[in-house]
Design a protein around this ligand. Structure first.
Ligand SMILES: Nc1ncnc2c1ncn2[C@@H]1O[C@H](COP(=O)(O)OP(=O)(O)OP(=O)(O)O)[C@@H](O)[C@H]1O
Ligand SMILES: [Mg+2]
Length: 494
């Protein structure tokens, strides 16, 4: 028996076709990967299944009955729970209230909360989420909020559990804990759907695979064992993966230099020099100092000792002065870097440019800003290729490309990136790496932090490894491989 089937689902938004007859067949006791490029329609299909969006056509069946949920709350009440790509949480409420968004207090608020707590604690514990249930949600980190969203779905003990890129905000530990929980749910005969752009994760976890391309199902519930990564990539992109082009540019004179930089509890006496023309990777375990180094360069954090010198000899006093001095910071945490979701794509891309140009006293006309935004959106391949669309309507991965375009618009001399391709599909990821190479080739300094070791190997000329607040190794050439980076990160010796 099938746990759930979606058949022939179509959905258009204005002129944009999100789904063009998609199918999805779920079985109990199986973890099902739902894959596809950014914009392929994965999140839309999930929204249709869980009642957040009404389809134009198609049928949904839960067990053997036709269903159409009017809301995600109704879907959850029927055992179909979702962890959506955008977190649906209330920052001003506490954790417990967020776990029971639809709950009406039945026996007086106090008793009810005690009951809620009794149910919630084991779930939080299982997720390894060591937080006070009375803490305001807004005070939690992004990863913690992601786990709260997952706990909210688990509490209803669903028969069908759908997770839309649940690991993109999580570190390795939390991810692997979550994947273990999904395995347990599979053993309890839950039908689990899992969306991820990390194929390694998919291949380790999933039993079956469905691939969407341009709103259609091109691989339909095939057993994982029958497919290679090459098959999946080909089905997703409709072609093979583009190979990053390596050109050799002339090294620029631009130089970024850190000397004796010390940040309380985080960095101890760090020296680092990066030249224009090279892509320098920073690696390390969480808290080892590599992201702090990035924040120091961006002026977000001030060292207690030591100095940062940007190309041209300027020093970052704060984030704004760093931007004015030619620094750009692309973060994979797009909810934190703040796209203006209700504004068109072009305004988002144009956002930092005036700040960067203020130093030069430039005054820019709207028409010119929109036109250059259009050219950049095309360069990073934002889909759909229309800069007048509100940013909030783009798929998750395409929003990430807008963040990149926004910072490229400032024509930075130092491009800093922190997990820039989180949630970006494989094809676009390779294109972004090619783009970073062309920025370096133009003589700019490019510094890349990534939790994705594959990304460091694919993109960097040199990888600087941090351990307990110090630089412990610099890897170049053949020594830039996953194994060496990983063991150096963990042991502190190359
Ligand atoms: N509310 C909306 N209004 C207009 N267009 C929309 C809306 N929601 C989705 N779309 C469009 O539908 C298409 C499919 O989007 P969807 O979010 O389902 O993609 P996805 O496969 O989840 O991508 P990603 O991997 O980037 O998350 C995209 O072109 C997107 O821009
Ligand atoms: Mg999506």
């Amino acid at each position: 028996m099938h746990a759930f089937t979606a058949h022939g689902i179509t959905k258009t938004y204005g002129g944009v076709t999100a789904l063009a007859g998609a199918d999805l067949t779920l079985r109990p006791g199986s973890v099902h990967a739902l894959l596809g490029e950014n914009g392929a329609g994965k999140s839309t299909l999930i929204k249709v299944i869980t009642g957040a969006v009404a389809p134009d056509a198609g049928t949904l069946r839960l067990a053997d009955a036709d269903v159409a949920f009017a809301s995600t709350a109704e879907a959850a009440a029927n055992g179909v729970a979702v962890v959506s790509q955008e977190l649906n949480l209330f920052p001003d409420l506490d954790v417990l209230a967020n776990l029971y968004p639809m709950r009406e207090p039945t026996r007086g608020p106090l008793l009810d909360r005690a009951e809620m707590l009794a149910k919630a604690l084991p779930v939080l514990d299982q997720l390894g989420l060591d937080i006070d249930p009375k803490a305001k949600l807004g005070s939690l980190s992004l990863a913690q909020r992601q786990l709260v969203e997952i706990a909210k779905a688990l509490i209803v003990q669903p028969r069908v559990l759908i997770l839309d890129e649940p690991t993109s905000a999580l570190d390795k530990d939390s991810s692997s804990r979550l994947l273990d929980i999904l395995r347990v749910l599979r053993d309890r005969q839950v039908a689990v759907v899992f969306v991820s752009h990390i194929l390694e994760e998919v291949m380790n976890l999933c039993d079956e695979i469905t691939v969407l391309r341009e709103g259609r199902t091109v691989i339909d519930a095939r057993p994982r064992a029958e497919l290679t990564i090459g098959d999946i990539v080909h089905a997703m992109l409709g072609k093979d993966l583009p190979v990053p082009v390596r050109t050799t540019g002339t090294p620029g004179a631009a130089k970024l230099e850190l000397r004796g930089v010390t940040v309380k509890d985080r960095l101890a006496d760090v020296d680092l020099a990066c030249s224009g023309g090279e892509i320098v990777g920073l690696a390390g375990l969480a808290g080892s100092g590599h992201t702090t180094a990035l924040e120091v360069i961006a002026g977000i954090r001030r060292p207690v000792r030591g100095s940062v010198t940007l190309p041209g000899g300027r020093r970052p006093r704060d984030f704004r002065s760093a931007i004015a001095a030619g620094v750009a910071l692309v973060s994979g945490d797009r909810r934190r870097v703040g796209l203006m979701l209700d504004k068109p794509v072009w305004e988002n891309i144009a956002q930092v440019r005036p700040v960067a140009l203020a130093a030069a006293g430039g005054l820019l006309r709207t028409g010119a800003l929109r036109e250059s935004a259009r050219a950049l959106a095309e360069r990073v391949r934002v889909q759909p290729p229309n800069v007048d669309v509100r940013a909030g309507l783009l798929s998750g991965g395409n929003q990430q490309k807008v963040v990149l375009a926004k910072w490229l618009a400032a024509d930075p001399s130092v491009l800093l990136l922190d997990d820039p391709t989180r949630g970006v599909d494989l094809g676009a990821r390779a294109e972004i790496h090619t783009l970073l190479r062309s920025v370096a080739d133009a003589g700019k300094v490019v510094v890349l932090c990534s939790t994705d070791l594959d990304e460091l190997v694919a993109a960097c000329d040199r990888v600087v490894v941090f351990h307990k607040g110090k630089v412990c190794a610099e890897l170049t050439g053949d020594r830039i491989d996953q194994h060496t980076i990983l063991s150096t990160m963990n042991t502190g010796v190359a």
